[in-house]
Design a protein around this ligand. Structure first.
Ligand code: GLN
Length: 283
């Protein structure tokens, strides 16, 4: 197995462009070979140990494991985050959620105290903490394994203004310690019935706990977030959540029905409704 063969093997599952991107990422991250090196055929100069490592990595990729789990990390908001199969792989759309939260914080003037509900790898919480050094961020998740990854990310990236704790936000027990002025979240929002359209490398490897909601109650996390907002958000505080583009209407209505104002939805880079923002009214 060599670099060109790996691309050929990955192409049926990923398409040629993505297959090439994955193979290039491996060659660069694991063996320090740039695209120019590859064009010059330098992949043939790997040592025998490197060749053995390449074979192992290639076998995992061909078996369908996402490259981020194989490498053990990914890049998000300009930082390198550890990922494991107990956390969702951060998506580029979610960087837009972080950008919207930073824009809210910068427009606000006073310092930010934020909750990141369903924090997973901590990519949102830690990126916010690093972008807003005066802010205090609290990440919450039901999964102890995910929280382990999130804490490790905060440590590695030296984000000291972020803390994490375990809670199931659906059980109503969440008791915020004082008030916050921002809640961010990328909760599970894929409906079980949408699973058939998803690719095997997502379905077979990423945590279903972080992805799926039942078809008969797909808004359950947004309802919990809206209620936590009522218990913890200061007047004019904001909620910023990533949403399932197919559910933009019902999710917007839910936040309006719960008394939030200025409910708006922004599209992601693919033009799909993705980031919902709303505000707790003035007291
Ligand atoms: N955006 C993710 C996906 O498409 C889902 C994220 C989520 O459920 N919060 O797989």
């Amino acid at each position: 197995m060599n670099y060109q063969e790996l691309i050929k093997c990955l192409a049926p599952a990923y398409g040629l462009g993505e297959a090439r991107a994955i193979a290039n990422m491996v060659m660069d991250e694991c063996f320090g070979l740039t695209q120019t090196d590859l064009l010059l055929g330098k992949d043939t100069t790997l040592s025998s140990d490197q060749r053995k490592d390449f074979e192992k990595i290639a076998a995992r990729l061909i078996a369908g494991e996402p490259v981020q789990y194989v490498l053990g990390y990914t890049h998000f908001c300009g930082h390198r985050f550890l990922v494991s199969p107990s956390v969702l792989i951060p998506r580029p759309e979610t960087e837009e959620l972080v950008a919207a939260a930073v824009a809210f914080a910068e427009g606000r003037g006073s310092s930010i105290c934020a909750l990141d509900l369903c924090t997973g790898s901590g990519c949102i919480a830690v990126s916010l903490a690093l972008a807003l050094p005066e802010a205090r961020i609290i990440g919450v998740d039901i999964s102890s394994d995910a929280l382990g990854v999130a804490k490790q990310n905060a440590d590695n990236l030296q984000a000291c203004n972020v803390g994490f704790f375990r809670n199931d936000i659906l059980d109503g027990s969440f008791k915020p310690d004082g008030s916050v002025n921002l809640i961010v979240s990328n909760p599970p929002y894929v409906m079980q019935s949408e699973a058939e359209k998803m690719s095997a490398h997502v379905l077979d490897h990423e945590p279903h706990l972080a992805l799926f909601v039942p078809d008969d109650d797909p808004l359950r996390f947004y309802r919990a977030i809206a209620d936590i907002g009522h218990r913890s958000l200061s007047p004019e505080g904001a909620i910023l959540v990533e949403i399932n583009s197919a559910l933009a209407g019902p999710i917007s209505q839910l936040f309006k029905d719960k008394g939030y104002v200025d409910v708006s939805v922004k599209a992601d880079q693919f033009g799909r409704p993705r980031i919902l923002q709303c505000t707790m009214p003035h007291a």
